[in-house]
Design a protein around this ligand. Structure first.
Ligand code: PLP
Length: 397
């Protein structure tokens, strides 16, 4: 059976070039990058090459890149590392204040909740109906003890891009640290940490065609960060633990390919496929709408809500026909709670539950999109025919 994967915001396949780059580091080049002998120096050189590549992707210096196990660790290191260093150094008031938003990934939200439970103050700024944070809300939320603003660059469910440069300005004017979770933005839009004016920025390998279990955190030179892992002095004492050399090499290669894609127009091709998908679905399916319409978005993502549809049922029906999509964040799939992102945007629970996320990757072709389009309208219609709620409201369409 033909299978098409349009769930690249959950994870991406490792590209063949990336696999080829990392492969020798499982066998031939196996040294510990901290060893001073030949085997160690060989892998050290590969790690530093990857560091330079990741740094270039985000406009940083190589020394400002810390390799991590992924986005969750990067977010935790940024938030706990910064807040804890403030406590230690006495650089902030005893109860540091953090500003974040209601639509962050749980890697950020739950880190903030944990800190809140241990005495920190946290403000969760709202978003509007398009999923956008108003930088003025952040300005208004500032307090004398605000230590950190953490706002994501691109949302994992809707692809909506925040005005990170404006938020960076608010942070700079208030002399407050700014972290942005760029896990869903890296490789999809150009990133320049200096233009954004952020102090910390997290990325994850498996969202950009490198494997799961590797990521990076940009830490601006001079940022006081207390490690969350204690051990050796790896990564300039910012992240203890023997480096995941094959993963890091893969991330370096994926970052290089991402930069190439910006130049080759690959992302324009991707946004054209995304737009075709949206126009066709909206044209053929009544009672459908784009979540985040009107906001700037990454080129690969669309979140579409279908009235009178149970998203989970639609995911399963499409999967049975060979199409992999998602109702939203992978970690909340199967959960009964509607998406916190969509409800924060003002959607009713049933609208959030009736939403589907389609996310493209570099491997997807126009044939993949046509395959999806041959299934979605037909299956939505079939599910609605079975829905007593739809049959009651159908007359309104
Ligand atoms: N932040 C965002 C926006 C994400 O979408 C994800 C993963 O879905 C993460 C953080 C966590 O990244 P990882 O899976 O690498 O831990």
């Amino acid at each position: 059976m033909r299978r098409v994967y349009l769930d690249n915001n959950a994870t991406t396949p490792v590209l063949p070039e990336v696999l080829a780059a990392m492969h020798p580091y499982f066998g031939e080049h196996f040294g510990n990058a901290s060893s001073i002998h030949h085997n160690g120096q060989e892998t050290r050189a590969a790690v530093e090459g990857a560091r330079a590549s990741v740094a270039t992707l985000v406009g940083a210096r190589p020394s400002e890149i810390v390799f991590t196990s992924g986005g969750t660790e990067g977010d935790n290191l940024a938030i706990f590392g910064l807040v804890n260093s403030g406590l230690t150094l006495g650089a902030a008031k005893p109860r540091p204040h953090i500003i974040t938003s209601t639509i962050e990934h749980h890697a950020v939200l739950n880190s903030c909740k944990h800190l809140e439970a241990s005495g920190c103050e946290v403000t969760y700024v709202p978003v509007d109906g398009r999923g956008l944070v108003d930088p003025d809300d952040i300005r208004r939320a500032l307090r004398p003890n605000t230590r950190l603003i953490t706002i994501m660059m691109a949302n994992n469910e809707t692809g909506v891009l925040q005005s990170v440069e404006e938020i960076g300005q608010v942070a700079a004017e208030a002399d407050v640290y700014f972290h942005t979770d760029a896990v869903q933005a890296a490789g999809k839009i150009a990133i320049d940490v200096k233009r954004i004016g952020c102090d910390l920025l997290s990325i994850s390998g498996h969202k950009m065609h490198a494997p799961q279990g590797v990521g990076a955190l940009y830490v601006k030179k001079g940022t006081a960060l207390r490690p969350i892992l204690h051990g050796g002095s790896h990564e300039r004492s910012r992240r203890a633990g023997t480096e995941n050399v094959p993963g890091i090499v893969a991330l370096g290669k994926a970052a290089w390919l991402a930069r190439e894609a910006f130049a080759s127009g690959d992302l324009d091709r991707m946004s054209a496929l995304r737009d075709r998908m949206e126009q066709t679905i909206l044209g053929e399916v009544e009672g459908a709408a784009i979540n985040g319409q009107g906001a700037p978005r990454v080129p690969n993502t669309t979140s579409i809500r279908f009235d009178c549809i149970e998203g989970e049922a639609l995911v399963i029906a499409l999967d049975l026909k060979g199409l992999a999509v998602s109702t939203g964040a992978a970690c909340s799939s199967g959960a009964i709670e509607p998406s916190h992102v969509l409800t924060a945007m003002g959607m009713r629970a049933e609208q959030a539950r009736g939403s589907l996320r389609f996310s493209l990757g570099k491997q997807n072709t126009s044939e993949d999109v046509e395959f999806a389009l041959s299934l979605v309208p037909q299956i939505v219609t079939r599910l609605r025919e079975l829905s007593p709620v739809y049959n009651k409201t159908a007359s309104s369409y």
